[in-house]
Write a protein that binds this ligand. Structure first.
Ligand code: ADP
Ligand code: ADP
Length: 228
């Protein structure tokens, strides 16, 4: 479903973040993106949700070439992708419910459906009872669960996560990983950049290692492979 062919990304300051990426990720896969800081992981993730465009090369998402997607079509494209960030990026003035409902309100889904669907995904992440609270009344782990609920409320085929457990303690990290596993078990493709050695080595999945903008390793049930 995601295919990159000869993808290069050079930022305006001259830094080459990706240096000839060729990769294919199939529907339903669970993929870890690992590598040292500055290797190009975030750039790889940003290309997938079309936050950045490649300098050259092709990125096909279900047959659509993201390198050529018109800016006007980007919001529509993003509706089919869930994105989860290390720092949650919840809207602070909206309640938990409103943060999750937002994506459905934008597409003018039926109010009745919105209510049902939002409560369904809040239930999936175990936070139905906190629907009326504001993000800053919740713990980091709870905020991340809300952001995961938001990422899946549109039933995207793929969820992209950039260091989703980077700010969380080990116990909370495992709770979050259980939710991601559940989402993947239901058929959603999951691409996750992470520095968490324990997760990668315990919850064995495909591992793509990036170093200096190149894929240096791509293994099914791979290892983290770095000290930290
Ligand atoms: P990682 O996520 O593996 O730490 P990044 O993709 O964030 O790597 O960064 C890869 C390289 O690109 C680094 O040298 C970084 O400094 C540079 N870089 C990232 N984003 C930008 C940007 N917006 N402008 C300029 N350089 C950037
Ligand atoms: P912007 O135009 O500033 O990029 P958006 O309307 O795209 O803002 O996004 C609004 C908020 O929702 C931001 O906090 C963004 O990080 C988050 N967001 C956008 N798209 C998604 C998505 N597909 N999944 C999860 N969160 C998203």
């Amino acid at each position: 479903m995601i295919e990159m062919q000869d993808v290069y990304k050079k930022y305006p300051n001259g830094v080459t973040a990706l240096n000839g990426i060729n990769v294919r990720i199939n529907q339903g896969e669970f993929v870890y993106i690992v590598g040292p800081s500055g290797a190009g992981k975030s750039t790889f993730i940003k290309l997938i949700y079309r936050e950045e465009v490649p300098t050259s090369g092709t990125i096909l998402m279900n047959g659509v070439n993201l390198a050529k997607l018109r800016p006007k079509k980007v919001p529509h494209y993003r509706r089919n992708i869930g994105v989860v960030f290390q720092d949650y990026k919840l809207l602070p003035t909206l309640t938990v419910y409103e943060n999750v409902a937002f994506a459905l309100e934008v597409i003018e889904a039926q109010p009745k459906y919105i209510k049902k669907r939002v409560m369904e995904v809040l239930d999936l992440v175990g936070l139905k009872h906190k629907a009326r609270m504001l993000p800053n009344e919740l713990s980091g782990g709870e905020q991340q669960r809300i952001s995961i609920a938001r990422s899946i409320v549109n039933s995207p085929k793929v969820v992209i996560a950039d260091e989703p457990t980077g700010n969380l303690d080990p116990e909370t990290t495992w709770e979050i990983m259980k939710i991601f596993e559940e989402i993947n078990n239901r058929g959603t493709t999951l691409v996750m950049a992470t520095h968490n050695r324990d997760i990668v080595n315990t919850l064995k999945r495909r591992v793509i290692a990036i170093e200096s903008g190149k894929i240096v390793r791509d293994e099914q049930r791979g290892e983290y492979g770095y000290e930290n």
